[in-house]
Design a protein around this ligand. Structure first.
Ligand code: GCV
Length: 609
């Protein structure tokens, strides 16, 4: 018997019967269970199919379309449980596709997974625990996530079989998630026709198109509501149209046409760059790559193609400017991709709440620019699903942000904290502030002033300022004894020229550029004077010391919280690891810059020789 681990829905403390096989039946069940546990009178549940995913809440009634009724029930219960008033007027999601992308391999390993093995793959097979999947369905629906991509975008041979002989198993998984309004998506291998004797994967070859069309017909016959295919092509050694001298619109459109008759979307990732760069090559600047590949193709993608662009031009660093590709393609359906998996942001050991970061994204990029949103999942088989119990706030918060990109991050974190823990008021305030500041703290000890990539290569946890410096990945900071950073202005690599003029202006000079991105856009001398009068080197030292002290202060706050077990122990153990990590970052980065610059810390703190 698997455990129903408490989440942000502790009042839904029993397994949902498998017989609840539609969103309406789940809604009825949840409403009864939740109201019983909360000791309140259940409202009427009314279904109005014309409302789709939307709903209207009143004290006495929840009204919504099929999935909307389910969303409405969760919203109603959550508001009541939190002691908040019900939202007024019709509610509906901003983005119609709110995707969660799992990077699960069929052998059970999760690429960049920090919460255990896959929840649905093991030993090459699709295997899952019914109650756990239903609990996950409940979590996803209550957050508002409606698409789950099940397998890693790096599709290895066995995973390609998900749309072949493993299709019946995939159809069963789709069935398990369907009552929660969650449609599956599957990552496919662009070159797969080769494995079936087609002889080429050239997207303009008639037999290739025919092969994919037949595959799509079989896939949608088995899973009629499959959301679509997800593709990583010509990226980090994955096959793609470039092999055949074709463009990415030609590649994507071929696949899109195969699935269009079934209403599927073809999500094509824009994570394309030269991952075999010579560090001596100063003419290539990796952040420019996606724009160079895709901006010229604007308007050339079919209507059912969605180009999925990472939020920043590099790769989910702690802080990056918004990817210029997201401003450059008004005639293409775009999805913004964020990463819940804390690959570069503490690996679900260090606390890092993401809603404040997503809100900054909303402010920088009008949400209307994107047609959809996607997040790399932070889920795994750990009993609490997310490794760190607080990482659940990022799953919940992602759903809330995808529903309403203008949502107040503090309100989201407070809602999550209150529903999950119901702490005394002062403790809840302390937890919310801890979460709100967690990214700033982490940023200070690992990646201040926009300096990313000083991590241990490949693993991406812990400091290693030289780790990527002479490597192939195009991620250099070029620190020497005088200066650090890359000049990405018009006089440098020209990266800033990819932005519309009003955005470019913000970055073009070191004076205009916000501090938190200064060393992303500029190469500055250590004696450069920041606006507050400090030298750059002093600011580097100060931030590393302050970040580490911030982590230590978080530990003090955490100790004062009456969290229930096992969360208390799990959070405390991870906090200890976070402090060790923060000290390591502080000392390694300070020593690195001290050895290079020879500059003393104006405050005389300990910097190791
Ligand atoms: C799935 C980064 C990660 C890879 C990931 C890749 C991607 O490079 O380190 O693990 O591969 O991004 O987004 O495709």
């Amino acid at each position: 018997m698997s455990t129903i681990r408490r989440t942000w829905l502790p009042f839904l403390n029993a397994d949902i019967p498998a017989a609840c096989d539609t969103p309406i039946k789940v809604a009825e069940y949840e409403l009864k269970l939740g109201c019983e546990n909360l000791g309140i009178k259940a409202p009427a549940l009314r279904v109005d199919p014309s409302m789709g995913e939307g709903y209207v809440l009143a004290d006495a009634a929840v009204t919504g379309g099929g999935t909307g009724a389910l969303y409405g029930v969760y919203a109603w219960l959550c508001a009541k449980a939190a002691g908040d008033s019900l939202p007024e007027g019709p509610q509906k999601p901003f983005w119609p596709l709110r995707m969660l992308d799992s990077w699960d391999n069929v052998d059970g390993f999760v690429e960049r997974g920090y919460a255990g093995r896959s929840l649905w793959f093991e030993g090459g097979e699709l295997r899952w625990d019914g109650p756990r999947i239903r609990q996950l369905g409940r979590m996803l629906a209550s957050a508002g996530v409606n698409v789950l991509s099940v397998n890693n975008v790096n599709v290895r041979a066995d995973a390609a079989r998900l749309i072949e002989d493993k299709l019946p198993d995939l159809a069963r998984l789709a069935e398990a998630f369907r009552p929660f309004g969650v449609r599956l998506m599957v990552s496919i291998e662009f070159s797969r026709p080769l494995a079936h004797g087609v002889g080429t994967a050239d997207p303009l070859d008639e037999n290739v198109g025919k092969w994919w069309k037949e595959r799509a017909d079989a896939v949608w016959a088995a899973i009629p509501d499959l959301a679509g295919f997800l593709v990583k092509a010509d990226s980090e050694h994955r096959p793609g149209p470039f092999t055949y001298g074709r463009s990415h619109s030609e590649g994507a459109n071929m696949l899109a046409r195969a699935i269009a008759p079934h209403g599927g979307v073809l999500v094509w990732r824009a994570f394309v760059y030269n991952c075999r760069q010579d560090w001596r090559d100063t003419t290539t600047d990796r952040p420019k790559a996606a724009y160079e590949t895709y901006a010229p193709l604007d308007g050339q993608f079919d209507d059912n193609v969605i180009l999925q662009v990472k939020n920043g031009p590099f790769d989910f660093q702690v802080r990056e400017p918004v990817s210029p590709t997201l401003y450059a393609m008004p005639n293409t359906r775009l999805a913004v991709e964020v990463q819940l998996a804390q690959e570069y942001t503490g690996q679900q050991i260090d606390i890092y709440a993401m809603n404040p970061m997503w809100r900054e994204l909303t402010e920088a990029l009008p949400p209307e620019r994107a047609a959809a949103v996607a997040a790399v999942s932070n889920l795994g088989r750990d009993e609490n699903y997310t490794g760190h119990p607080f990482a659940a706030a990022n799953l919940y918060g992602y759903g809330r942000w995808a529903w309403d990109p203008w949502v107040d991050p503090r309100a989201v974190l407070r809602r999550w904290a209150r529903l999950t823990y119901r702490l005394p008021e002062a403790q809840e305030d302390a937890l919310v502030e801890l979460l709100m500041n967690s990214r700033a703290v982490y940023e200070k000890y690992t990646a201040n002033l926009g300096l990313g990539w000083m991590v241990n290569p490949h693993d991406h946890y812990g400091p290693n300022p030289g780790g990527y410096e002479y490597d192939l990945w195009g991620t250099y900071h070029k620190a020497n004894r005088d200066a650090v950073g890359i000049d990405r202005t018009a006089n440098g690599t020209g990266y800033t020229l990819q932005y519309p003029p009003q955005i470019r202006e913000r970055y073009e000079t070191p004076e205009a550029c916000p501090d938190n991105l200064k060393l992303f856009f500029h190469r500055l001398r250590y004696d450069y004077r920041m606006a507050d009068g400090r030298t750059l080197i002093q600011r580097l030292y100060d931030d590393h010391f302050e970040g580490c002290a911030g982590a230590e202060a978080m530990a003090g706050v955490l100790k004062g919280l009456d969290l229930p077990e096992p969360d208390r122990t799990e959070a405390a153990q991870r906090m200890e690891a976070q402090i060790k990590n923060a000290r390591e970052w502080r000392d390694v980065l300070n020593t690195f810059f001290h050895r290079l610059s020879g500059a003393e810390d104006a405050k005389g703190r300990k910097i190791y020789d």
